[in-house]
Write a protein that binds this ligand. Structure first.
Ligand code: ATP
Ligand code: MG
Length: 389
């Protein structure tokens, strides 16, 4: 056990310490656990604080007024305390790993030690009590200091239980810029095929996190070298990659798709959200518009400055500064000094698809500064156009 109580502990855990004390006052044990402990020792920011306790879910609910049943079956209750949410999980061990997936069945246990044993990596298997004392049964602190990702107990067994842990190793390597310890890495190479048993949704959660972290380039390189990617849709086609730290997930996926010649159909196997697919399709369209030499003003008007800038940036079409400086006389159709009714009246034809075409013509001409955005000018423009429609 290691004394870790200091000012930093008080600052970082602040009111969360009160929760541990409430458990203790009710004769239960409770500890901070997992990511927050790891990040606290590393002096990194953390967003969520997870708590582990020997109190059963029903008992947690009687102690605290404001709770949410997050995953009662797995022993997880969310507590709301002084403006923050905390996930509290009863000490547990996992049973019946079938098909190399995280199990449905868990068994509540009475010791912290047992709970920490089920956790994936040594650096994620530490706990802190209300006084800031560290509980580290698997040398997590030493691995943190040496920047090493190592499974708790035999990597071979741990990856057989839940194959997702293999991907999580790369994810944490990306987040922390740590090395995956040799035995752990070799076990990934050996068991890589088991990743097939894990649902694509869980895989994508880890892949997304991997791409968004600082060490993404290195971690993705290692993931590819291990050949675990060969068993994951889309990822199996990745050969080219870059540093994606400043990319959104959709941007990274578009980049990977384009530079590795991956079909949209393959991307869809990742079961992304509609919004993510929409964004990726939009990037495809912008690239096509650049290929067609569509004027920048029109593209920025149609697709928005940020998304055009992204395409300009990755294809090095021009300086992105230039995109910032492009002036648009209008931002949308409602800013044009003419109404659809006026257009119909001037052209004097039965309403039809031509209205859309004429409106677009007005729009484009204003954007390209061939036409001033004022009612009289636009009417003159329409009168000249009248005979050609
Ligand atoms: P982050 O801050 O990036 O979310 P984290 O450590 O909180 O990192 P989570 O995925 O939120 O990571 O998981 C919380 C904790 O639960 C981990 O620290 C680990 O102790 C445990 N854990 C999560 N997934 C697994 C798994 N598949 N197998 C074993 N333990 C796991
Ligand atoms: Mg977390």
């Amino acid at each position: 056990m290691l004394e870790y109580s200091n000012e930093l502990f008080k600052e970082k855990f602040n009111t969360a310490v009160e929760i541990l004390k409430i458990f203790e006052n009710n004769n239960f044990k409770a500890y901070f656990v997992g990511g927050c402990v790891r990040d606290y020792i590393l002096k990194k920011e953390f967003s969520d604080i997870d708590i582990t306790t020997n109190a059963l879910p029903e008992e947690i609910k009687t102690i605290f007024d404001r709770t949410i049943d997050t995953g009662i079956k797995h022993g997880t209750v969310t507590i709301f305390h002084k403006g923050n949410y905390y996930e509290v999980t009863t000490f547990r061990t996992e049973l019946d790993y079938t098909n190399h997936r995280s199990p449905d069945k868990v068994e509540f246990v009475s010791s912290l030690e047992k709970d920490l044993e089920r956790r994936d990596f040594t650096i994620n298997a530490m706990a802190l009590d209300s006084r800031g004392r560290l509980y580290d049964f698997h040398n997590g602190l030493s691995d943190l200091n040496h920047k090493i990702i190592r499974t708790v107990n035999s990597p071979n067994e741990r990856f057989n239980e839940d194959a997702l842990r293999m991907l999580r190793a790369f994810r944490f390597s990306s987040k922390l810029e740590f090395k995956i310890e040799d035995e752990t890495y070799n076990a990934i190479v050996k068991n890589k095929e088991l990743i097939k048993f894990v649902s694509i949704e869980r895989v994508v959660v880890e892949f997304k996190k991997l791409l968004q972290e600082k060490g993404n380039k290195n971690a993705l390189g290692q993931l590819i070298s291990s050949k675990i990617g060969c068993y994951i849709p889309f990822i199996k086609f990745i050969e080219e990659y870059t540093d994606f730290a400043d990319f959104t997930f959709s941007q990274a996926l578009y980049w990977l798709m384009y530079f590795n010649n991956i079909e949209l159909l393959e991307l869809k196997k990742l079961k992304l959200s509609n919004n993510e697919i929409k964004k990726i399709k939009k990037y495809k369209k912008i690239k096509l518009e650049f290929d067609k030499k569509t004027p920048l003003e029109v593209m920025i008007y149609d697709f928005g400055r940020e998304d055009v800038k992204f395409i300009v940036d990755i294809f090095k079409i021009m300086s992105t500064e230039k995109i910032k400086d492009i002036y648009l006389p209008i931002l949308n159709f409602s800013e044009i000094e003419i109404t659809s009714e006026e257009i119909i009246k001037i052209i004097n034809k039965k309403p039809g698809s031509w209205i859309k075409e004429v409106s677009r013509l007005i729009e484009v001409n204003i954007l390209l500064n061939n036409l001033q955005n004022n009612n009289k000018g636009i009417i003159d423009f329409l009168l000249k156009l009248k005979d050609k429609i």
